[in-house]
Design a protein around this ligand. Sequence first.
Ligand code: UN1
Length: 504
Amino acid sequence: MTEFRDILTKLGFTEQEVSKGDLQVRSPLDGREIAKVVTHTTKQTTDIIKSAYAASQEWRKIPAPKRGELIRLFGQELRQHKDILGQLITLECGKILEEGRGEVQEMIDICDFAVGLSRQLYGLTIASERPGHRMMETWHPLGVVGVISAFNFPAAVWAWNFALAIVCGNSVVWKPSEKTPLTALACQKLWEQAVLRFSQKIPAISYVILGDAKIGEILVDHPKIALISATGSTRMGKAIAPKVAGRFGKLLLELGGNNAMILTSSADIDLAMRAILFSAVGTTGQRCTTLRRLIVEQSIMSTTINQLAKLYQQVTVGHPLNSKVLIGPLIDQAAFSNMQKSIELAKKEGGHVIGGERLFEKEYPNAYYVRPALIEMPRQTEIVRHETFAPILYVMSYHSFEEAIAMHNDVPQGLSSCIFTNDLRQAEMFLSAVGSDCGIANVNIGPSGAEIGGAFGGEKETGGGRESGSDSWRNYMRRATNTINYSRELPLAQGIQFNLPGKN
Ligand code: UN1
């Protein structure tokens, strides 16, 4: 492990940049201040949006495969800095180093994907009903894309948006979480290195703006931001969605999840236990895809609870740079108190709680390490239907498979889901139209840790957006339908005759 200041130096920061600002950055590892960075004023933010817009007007003229070449160079920077950037992510947001590195790998993967995509921004050719005519679709850049990201994936979620938006010919203005500005600035520095190695001079197409929600609002309200892609709480999404819709801007929302697993009696239980552990306690329960509800067939309920209780005692909580540790700290005191509030409510609603207590308080009075909580609930009560961004797993039992699916879907959120079963009928039913209502539905793997190749996002209060793989790139472009007449006639669609009297 490199010393903190060395990490910043290796990533290209100057002393001035990290010591003179008005925004205090605290490490969740021990609560100590690690940097002070400068936030942007309203005027600076609007100036940045203007520059980003001007740059997008130039960047859109560069052929997409050439734009892909720049993302390839960025991917190289990320490969070279995977370890050091992973360390910074760990220090700033508290996830274990293995996951910090994994996050950078996710960025590298999306860069590779975007490079290939830069030669595949396909439109359709459509049969015209008129002779001597051809129809087609072309896809064009939007202009400026605004990205608002959360603390828990301080780099990868931006990268999904950024890599695609850039190959699609846009410029990007990024408002990261106030809790993780260093990671954002580090990404921007690596990007600038890639730009230096690019074969031609280009205007600045990537910007980071730092500040509180007010700075985010400038992005949300600005008519020159064609698309707002926001990741965070449902509350945040509810606040920004009407504003963007009100100005007819495009929106891509990835909000809360309340992800469940249906565990059936035919399942491979060992496999399920491993999946539950990674997805319920990994990243200290602070993934939007974290497993929060376990819906267990009644006949295996008590053995499941016993097995899980044992595993929950064995799992190592501690300093996330220690390679034996699987669970680092929560991001801050507010996250801890939300967790405790939910545990109290669950108790009131009849829950039986195992774990959930604070750890290492003496050693780290300003950091919030917890034992993950396992809560057996008599049924799916109000608190279970609410997303608490902490390692709390509610466990409930079911009798019939239909009841399990009904319970599964009876929450406001719809991000990720899974079933563990060896019964083909149940697996297929879960994936069918009458099964899971989520954007992600898996069989025999947990709900978290999705690959970048698929479209990522969910339904209902999760916001409906899809980012990352598959055809999500279309969100970053506008579609034009073109009809071309190569005949000497002018037939009208629907066979309409519209001739001046005496002429035909
Ligand atoms: C998030 O928590 O906002 O599928 C993103 C996953 C990760 C991304 C999570 N690839 O868990």
